[in-house]
Design a protein around this ligand. Structure first.
Ligand code: SIN
Length: 303
């Protein structure tokens, strides 16, 4: 349920009378992605400007808003214009006072991690383990390392469109299970600071079953929807056959020809479409600090 707050009403009133912002959308020389230059997401954005941003997101799948010196409140308010926000199960890493913001960080303070340090180490689409996976995520750079820390995005429409027709026919009717727990203990063994989940947290992340090939609800384009991180099995296939088919699809789906590699600049706010892309955190050297804030917008049931 979406709760409308007095701030939302004030924001809507300001947006209705806002002057246009003078910004440009510049596509990257890459399979996906564009940067938006000259827009301030903390200022009211009128309906025509918002429609341009929405179109850019649908066309380019990942949109980089440069130089956003904005507060978590602005980040949350902008994210909410695209839909209700999802709260991550790891409440340990919520930003204080902002449960909608997940801290993604390798920083430890007083020996304790301040955020999820190994978020995105396997290719995935955010919250695909939910009945209603995420529409999109917005990641805002707070502190960046002097080397490393890139994020890669792979176009799953291209992945689908370039599969051999016989394989397309084979997988079109199939469904697969996605589970948040699929790699949780393996990651915890490598990164012991990953919190042990309470029973309540485990109950919040019951697995979900989705079509392997999804249709984007706004553009109608088909996309592959399986990931190395969360997809555990194809429903109805023996485990060995399921493992072999998933391995083939995973390898196909993240070829360099489908990938944009984002090298972060200070104050970047990156907004990607989880219905079109998978993403991967390339990793940060342990001695360097990296901190970003993430919001996640709820999407539709997958079809
Ligand atoms: C994520 O998977 O949301 C985190 C990506 C990153 O840290 O680059």
């Amino acid at each position: 349920m979406t709760v409308i707050t007095p701030t939302d009403i004030e924001n809507a009133a300001a947006q209705a009378v806002a002057a246009p912002q003078d910004f440009e959308v510049r596509p990257f020389d890459a399979p996906v992605g564009a940067e938006v230059v000259g827009l301030d997401i903390s200022k009211p954005i009128n309906a025509a400007d918002f429609a341009r941003l929405h179109r850019a997101h649908l066309d380019h799948h990942v949109v980089v808003f440069r130089d956003q010196r904005v507060s978590p409140e602005d980040h949350v308010a902008f994210s909410r214009r695209f839909g209700p926000l999802q709260i991550h199960v790891l409440h340990q890493f919520q930003l204080q006072g902002h449960p909608e913001v997940l801290i993604v960080s390798n920083i430890k303070e007083n020996g304790e991690p301040i955020g999820l340090g190994d978020a995105g180490v396997y290719w995935h689409s955010d919250l695909s383990y939910k009945e209603t996976p995420s529409l999109g995520s917005l990641l805002h750079a707070q502190e960046l390392p002097s080397e490393g820390g890139d994020t890669l995005f792979a176009d799953q429409h291209l992945a689908w469109e370039t599969l051999p027709p016989a394989l397309q026919q084979r997988i079109l009717p199939l469904k697969a299970e996605h589970s948040y727990l699929a790699k949780y203990e393996e990651l915890r063994a490598k990164n012991p600071w990953r919190p042990k989940l309470s029973q309540q947290q485990v109950d919040q992340v019951a697995p979900a079953v989705h079509p392997i090939v999804r249709t984007h609800p706004e553009t109608g384009r088909k996309a592959l929807f399986v990931s190395e991180h969360f997809t555990t099995r194809i429903v109805g296939l023996p485990q060995d056959e399921s493992d072999a088919l998933l391995a083939e699809l995973f390898a196909h789906s993240v070829q360099p020809a489908f990938v944009y590699r984002h090298e972060w600049k200070p104050h970047d706010l990156v907004f990607w479409d989880n219905r079109s892309l998978m993403h991967l955190a390339a990793g940060t050297p342990d001695h360097l600090r990296r901190k970003l804030f993430r919001t996640t917008i709820e999407g539709d049931r997958v079809f």
